[in-house]
Write a protein that binds this ligand. Sequence first.
Ligand code: SF4
Length: 85
Amino acid sequence: MRAKVIRLDPIACDGHGICAELLPERIVLDDWGYPIIDPEPVSGELLVHANRAVTHCPALALRLERAEAAIDDRRADRTGHRGAA
Ligand code: SF4
């Protein structure tokens, strides 16, 4: 399985906190109960738990994205260019 990063839609998130219970290795809650996501890619057994956190989020506020795509996005944000022209 390829590494993936966890993405959060902060607008959709209701602060239920289930994600932090299912993936405490990468998600902690702030003082108001909203998740703080570790930006490091997840892989292997941890990816299975990350998938569970995503599918159990009642607000559909989490998703997994290929780590390479996330790196491309960060690069594009810095340079203003998306993909090869
Ligand atoms: S389970 Fe979903 S709605 Fe609840 S805190 Fe995590 S991301 Fe937000």
